[in-house]
Write a protein that binds this ligand. Sequence first.
Ligand code: ADP
Length: 454
Amino acid sequence: MTVTRVLVANRGEVAVRVLRACQELGVEGVAVYSTADAESGHVDLADRAVCIGPPPAAKSYLDIPALIAAATTTGCNAVHPGWGFLAENSGFARACEDNDIIFIGPRPDTIDLMGDKISARTAMSEAGVAGVPGSDGPVGLAEATQSAEAVGYPVLLKASAGGGGTGMRLVAGSEDLTRAFEAAAVEARAAFGNDELYLEKALTSARHVEIQVLCDGLGGVLIAGERECSVQRRHQKVIEEAPSPAVSDELRAAMTDTAERACRAIDYRGAGTLEFLVADGHFYFIEMNTRLQVEHPVTELVAGIDLVQAQIAIAGGATLAELALDSLTMRGHAIEVRINAEDPANDFMPAPGEITEFVPPLGPGVRVDTHVYAGYAVPPYYDSLLAKLIVWAEDRPRSIERALRALGELRIEGVPTTRELAIDILSHSAFREGDYTTTFLEDVVAELPTLSQS
Ligand code: ADP
C-alpha cells in the first residue's frame, strides 16, 4: 500500500525533518503537538496539526491511544515515529498495525528482539557477530563476579532494557562490584521497570563506530557506510562524522560484511543502525537501534541519499532496486554538530528559555535541521536539542574548516548553547588529527576553554 498521508508522531527537530521528506515526496504530513509545543516550528510546517495533550510526554507524545486517534481521524495511512518517544516501542508499532496504519519502521518482533540488549547480543552472536567479551546472558551478583574475573577489570554493568547511558556502571575493580551492581539494578528498575543486568569488559580506549543499514524486507540490504561518534559527553554523542578517520578500507569491508550478515539473520526491514566499539583493529557489537538516528544526515551527505524518503518508500512496499538504492558511491566528508540548549557554565544543565536571535549559517555545503526561530521559547519538558548543523566538503580537513566557518556564522542568543564547545572540539589538535576515542572529552577537559571553565 502506498503511503499517502503520514502522521509524524514526534516533535521538534525530528518532526521537521520527517515533514520535509513528506513534502518532497508529495505525501501529506500531519503533525502532532502538546500544548507546550503549539509554537514549535514543526507545527507550522505540516499540512495539518493535531493537539494531542498536555506538556508531560506521558500524556502526549507517549500516549498511544491519542496518537492512533489523531492518525485515524485525519485519515493517515502511515505513522513515522522519529526517534526517542515511541520509536522503539513495539506496542506502538502493533497498535498501528491493528488499526491498519503502516508503522514506518521494522516489524514489532524485530523491535522486541533488538530492544532487549541481552537478546540482541545473543541473536548477533548466533549470526557470528561478536559482542564485547562479557557475560552470556543476564547475571546475578555471583555470576557478575565470575564473569568480571574472567574478562578482567574494568568492566561495565549494563541494563538489558537500557538506553541513553541509564543503568550503566563502570566498575574499576572487584571491591566496587557489589555497590555498582545494586546501584545499576535500582536505576534500571526505576527507569525501565526491568532490572536485568549483563556485563561487558570496559574497552577503555575504543571508538564508537556505527553502521547505517537500509533494508527493504524483501531481500534487499544496503549497508550505507559508517559514522564515527566517539565525541561523547556522559555517553551522549556531541559531534559525529562520516566516514570515520579510524576505519581503514579493510576494516570497512569487514564491518560491511558483518552488518549485512546481521541484517539477513534477523530479516531486518527499514532503516537501522548497528553500533560497534572499535579497538585495536577489532570491532565489537554493542547494540542495534531499530529506527532513524539523530546523526543520520552525515550518512545522507556522503552517500547522496535521503534516508527518511527511503524509509517512507520502503514502508509503502518499494524495493531497494526500485529506489536505485542497491548500491552506493560515497563521496567526501560530513560532520554534524548538535546545538543543544545547555549551559556550559552549569555542568551542561538543560537551559530552556526564549531564543531572542537565531541566524543560521548559509553558504556552500551547509545544512541546518531545526524547529527553532527567533522568538521561539524552548519548553522545559523535552530534550535540549535545538538544531543540528551538518556540513559536507571534499575531505575531512575541509569539512572541519567548513564546520568552523558555519559555527562562526551561527547566531543564537537568549539561551546558552553547546556552540562554543563544538568550536573548541573542532579546533583541538587530537580531533583535527582524527586521533580520539570515546574518552576524548574527559581526556582533554583541561584543554578546552568551555569545559575547563564549567
Ligand atoms: P545506551 O544504549 O545506554 O546508549 P550503549 O550500549 O549504546 O548504551 O553505549 C553507550 C556508550 O557507552 C558507547 O557509545 C560507548 O561510549 C560506551 N560503551 C558502551 N559499552 C562499552 C564498553 N563495553 N566499553 C567501553 N565503553 C562502552
